[in-house]
Write a protein that binds this ligand. Structure first.
Ligand code: PHB
Length: 395
């Protein structure tokens, strides 16, 4: 807490020195020929592959429209945010003030998102969140220029408790990284699991992005729960799946998670992931023409299989295109641009979804199980899940 406050203060001083009056001046800019698109994503560290998938998905949506947005050519700017919250404000400020982006696309990590959020609110720059689920961004601190195309952190786990209890798993241990995403995923899990009649016998955690799971797995073995539920993602998720299996736990303690646990990691986790049950707003095996066409095109273009992050990046592109087309590429027309995005319906590979009033997707949650390196959909775990948007007042 102390470190974070110090960092915020120091960054604020830097921004303050570079501006007059307001912390960050609202940016008003003539429409130049090229649209300036900034990616602030993790390209190194445990979430590196998530950043790449998001960028790929976004580019694919734009390439489907001839590589332009509402007829305008694009200039891309990129910052590797390293999933480091301490550099969040500084990195976002670079894109907004130095690179003068028209839209900032980012990011993955909830802590880093808070830095982007502060800069977005103060500068008024359009921010599209392609992953980070931090609650306040679409609750108490919601903003007219901030839209999320992914999920709020408790959305997937709000669908998790019921299928666990239905499978007779009534005593669970929860394990996660101790930061906003893990804490808020727990909120959803606690609500859905206890309401379904389940009992959480222990909450375990470790600092992000630590992957020394051994002592915690030993503790789980001695607690003998019916099931383990968790939030992990990226490289850390692959390691957790392998370690859980190697410790012998997958033989008699069913592993559950929010679906990030098994996204983009199925090759790396190998057989260790087989049988893991998760809830998520996407599944590889969704049997729709839209999903099949998306998967085929993505695999052909990028020589890898898409995952939920690729879908979220793709939908971010679709959302931006809808907004931009409504104002014929004039990003200066903020009111109309934002209104078009608020009312957008996205024809996503995950299924059609709409924006909630606080700018978060209203979407179905699927129950999936890993089988032969694929997330196979078992059914819909919860229909049209909306984040409550508690405390959101659009300015
Ligand atoms: C987050 O920090 O909000 C986060 C990161 C990775 C995920 C999901 C959420 O897969």
């Amino acid at each position: 807490m102390t470190t974070r406050r110090l960092v915020l203060t120091r960054s604020a001083a830097v921004i303050g020195a570079a501006s007059t009056g307001l912390l960050l001046p609202q940016i008003v800019r003539a429409q130049s020929d090229k649209l300036r698109v900034g990616f602030m994503l993790p390209y190194t560290g445990t979430f590196a592959q998530l950043g790449v998938a998001i960028e790929n998905g976004f580019r694919m949506a734009i390439n489907e429209q001839g590589g332009k947005i509402a007829g305008r050519e694009i200039e891309f700017f990129k910052v590797d945010d390293e999933s480091n919250p301490a550099k969040g404000i500084e990195n976002a400020t670079r894109l907004v003030q130095r690179d003068r982006v028209d839209v900032l696309i980012g990011t993955v990590h909830s802590g880093v998102q808070m830095g982007i959020h502060r800069v977005a609110r103060e500068s008024g720059v359009l921010n599209l969140i392609p992953n980070a689920g931090v609650h306040v961004a679409t609750r108490q601190q919601c903003a007219p220029n901030v839209f999320r195309t992914s999920f709020s952190n408790s959305q997937p786990t709000l669908a998790l408790g019921k299928p666990m209890v239905e499978r007779g798993h009534k005593k669970a241990v929860w394990i996660t990284w101790n930061y906003a995403a893990g804490d808020e995923a727990f909120e959803g899990f606690e609500k859905s699991y206890t309401e379904a009649g389940g009992q959480i016998i222990k909450k375990l955690g470790l600092p992000f992005p630590n992957v020394e799971f051994q002592a915690l797995l030993t503790e789980i073995a001695s607690l003998k729960p019916d099931a383990v539920a968790c939030f992990f993602a990226g490289g850390g998720a692959a390691k957790f799946l392998r370690d859980y299996h190697a410790a012998g736990l997958s033989r008699n303690i069913q592993l559950y998670g929010s679906g990030f646990l098994t996204e983009g990691v199925l090759q790396a986790a190998g057989d260790a992931a087989n049988g893991v049950l998760t809830t998520m707003h996407y599944s590889d095996s969704l049997d729709t023409p839209r999903n099949k066409q998306f998967r085929l095109e993505y695999a052909k273009t990028f020589k890898m299989q898409p995952d939920v992050y690729a879908v979220q990046g793709y939908d971010t592109g679709l959302l931006l295109l809808q907004g931009a087309n409504a104002v014929r590429g004039d990003f200066g027309n903020k009111q109309a641009l934002q209104a078009a995005m608020r009312g957008a319906e996205i024809n996503s590979p995950r299924g059609k979804w709409k924006m909630s009033p606080s700018h978060n997707p209203i979407q179905d949650m699927y129950l999936r199980q890993v089988e032969n390196r694929e997330n196979k959909v078992i059914g819909i775990a919860a229909k049209a899940v909306a984040d409550p948007g508690t405390g959101c007042r659009m300015a």
